[in-house]
Design a protein. Structure first.
Length: 267
């Protein structure tokens, strides 16, 4: 059995299938970890969603910001963006089954010293703390009244974590950290406007993974989300968004060996 972690697909289904062919993926034998953002902006989001859902236990995917944008848009809580490619999902005959499956994916998966999360973790969160907090947001997404959470989920306030947060602001910070985080202060205050390279860090902010004494540094975090960062392999970080959507590459890394596989993207 082999375990492969794969970066953001974002509807680039043809590239995804070519990468699976390259690694000779066999769902009866192997497993996939997908870092989230299965859908949106690429040309074949519906095919991607159907394919990953059909893999069942052979694939674990965590939620990314584009996946949550789809869930919100389906309920009328998020405006359609000019570059969205979600219409095929929203009009599909199996739309409800796909959306229900997607909404029930985790925000965080922990296994054998590795943490699978779309964007990152705030520096003051241990992995155990992050698991508990992820569980709170996951429960809200899976509850009978999940639409209430979707209606209040998006937004950039509060910008950081406090233990006394409650209600929608508490859940919003959890979701923002795990699906949108790039730069934050040493105290864990998030900055969402900057999406560029490390040299573009605003004054007073650091890449979340470079904050000194980050409490999750005892695990290897497997992430995507930050295409400008590119492939980054460090002792406690595997950042895998290599910009397939932008015509660069789609990346898989075999765990725990860290062998890298890539295909050029033309989707």
């Amino acid at each position: 059995m082999s375990l492969y972690a794969i970066g953001d697909i974002q509807g680039c289904f043809d590239s995804f299938r070519r990468l699976l062919d390259l690694i000779r993926f066999n769902p009866a034998r192997d497993r996939l970890w997908l870092v989230g953002d299965l859908v949106n902006r690429g040309p074949r989001s519906l095919d991607t969603l159907r394919f990953v859902k059909a893999l069942g236990d052979a694939a674990i995917t965590v939620l990314g910001n584009h996946d949550l944008h789809l869930a919100m848009q389906a309920e009328g809580y998020s405006k359609k963006h000019p570059d969205d490619t979600l219409d095929a999902i929203l009009s599909a005959p199996d739309r409800d089954a796909l959306l229900d499956w997607l909404r029930r994916r985790p925000l965080l998966h922990v296994e054998d010293g590795h943490v699978l999360v779309h964007a990152g973790l705030l520096p003051q969160w241990t992995v155990a703390r992050a698991q508990t907090l992820a569980g709170e947001a996951e429960a809200a997404l899976r509850a009978a009244n999940y639409r209430d959470f979707l209606a209040h989920m998006w937004g950039s306030e509060p910008p950081g974590w406090r233990d006394d947060l409650t209600g929608w602001p508490r859940l919003r910070v959890i979701v923002n950290a795990m699906t949108r985080l790039r730069f934050c202060s040493a105290e864990g205050v998030m900055e969402f406007r900057t999406k560029g390279e490390l040299a573009d860090a605003p004054a007073g902010y650091l890449p979340w993974f470079a904050v000194p004494e980050r409490q999750s540094a005892d695990h290897v975090l497997v992430t995507g989300h930050w295409s400008a960062l590119g492939l980054r392999i460090e002792p406690n970080l595997l950042a895998l968004d290599t910009g397939c959507l932008w015509g660069r590459r789609l990346t898989a890394v075999r765990l725990p060996e860290r062998e890298v596989f890539q295909v050029e993207c033309s989707d």
